[in-house]
Design a protein around this ligand. Structure first.
Ligand code: 13P
Ligand code: SF4
Length: 304
């Protein structure tokens, strides 16, 4: 059954000159059929440069919006329009404008996990993979960091010369991982390294051997000689980690690490999107142009 759906998806992708992008947290079967999987930064870069006429974005709403901002001539499909991000919903333009008024001429660095409108009211975007570089690229020694307080606090540790004004947003999935859960896994597997995402609470990140974006985890686990890793991010990452490293063991740090939004998209949803060429994600032109400026400024920063 699922093989038949996969074949139909492949045929329709070809027929519509469409590319299937999937975030590293997607269900295994969706990652398996994707043309490109990646973290938020890699997928933004891909969305900006693809020649395809249609982008099928398997991820959450802000990611498809970023693709629509970067590729206005392409049709961007989000198979599950109800796949949102609670962290992105923790900041509105009105609230951000109020904070900006209290700190005039302080630049706003906005994590891509945010709405197009909030991006449009920001100076530069960042992802978890490039947040430190983005902050370092600013000439100012003060900045507003929106919306993830955990990513912000993690970056701030490396640039003590800068003063951060933190928005109090967070990822509910990553914040569900407790220190007690990590310590229990560490006690169970004393020979394993613990790696986590910077969206984790600071007291959890403090226990980590390495803190990085989802794609950073692939690189780290592939090149590190250790044979055992405790993974502190959304469970979807295990699919590729296990595929790429059959001789290594990966243990999820906590059973709470499941993002309900990232788990919504099924193969049936992808097929339906390709059959109906919907739901389409669009961004109004006035917002798009301003948001693109903040994304382009981020993308102009060399990756390495
Ligand atoms: P990255 O893939 O950029 O590490 O992002 C994690 C995330 O939470 C996306 O929603
Ligand atoms: Fe949002 Fe967290 Fe889910 Fe990512 S994992 S989409 S930040 S709720």
């Amino acid at each position: 059954m699922s093989e038949a759906i996969k074949q139909q998806i492949r045929d329709l992708l070809k027929q519509h000159n469409a590319v299937l992008l999937a975030h590293n947290y997607m269900r295994d079967e969706v990652q398996e059929i994707a043309d490109i999987t990646g973290d938020s930064l890699a997928l933004s870069i891909e969305a900006a440069k693809t020649d395809a006429a249609v982008i099928v974005f398997c991820g959450v709403h802000f990611m498809a919006e970023s693709a629509a901002i970067l590729s206005p001539d392409k049709r961007v499909l989000l198979p599950r329009p109800d796949a949102g991000c609670p962290m992105a919903d923790m900041v509105t333009v009105e609230e951000l404008e109020q904070l900006k008024q209290q700190h005039p001429s302080v630049p706003v660095v906005t994590y891509v996990n945010s709405s197009a409108e909030v991006k449009a009211h920001s100076d530069i975007c960042c992802t978890s993979a490039n947040a430190l570089k983005v902050v370092k690229s600013l000439a100012e020694d003060e900045l507003i960091f929106v919306p993830d307080r955990n990513l912000g606090r993690w970056v701030a540790k490396f640039v003590p010369e800068k003063r951060f004004i933190f928005w109090q947003g967070f990822c509910p999935t990553h914040e569900r991982m407790t220190v007690a859960a990590v310590l229990a896994k560490k006690a169970e597997h004393p020979d394993a390294l613990f790696i986590c995402h910077p969206e984790c609470a600071p007291e959890v990140s403090a226990l980590a051997d390495h803190v990085c974006s989802t794609s950073g985890m692939y690189d780290y686990c592939r090149t590190n000689p250790s044979k055992k890793f405790i993974i502190g991010t959304e469970a979807g990452i295990l699919y590729k980690l296990r595929q790429d490293n059959p001789d290594k063991e990966f243990i999820l740090a906590s059973p709470a690490l499941i993002c309900p939004n990232m788990k919504l998209t099924s193969l049936e949803d992808v097929l339906f999107a390709l059959q109906t060429m919907s739901p389409v994600v669009t961004v109004a032109d006035d917002i798009r142009v301003k948001a693109k400026k903040a994304l382009d400024r981020m993308l102009a920063i060399p990756r390495d």
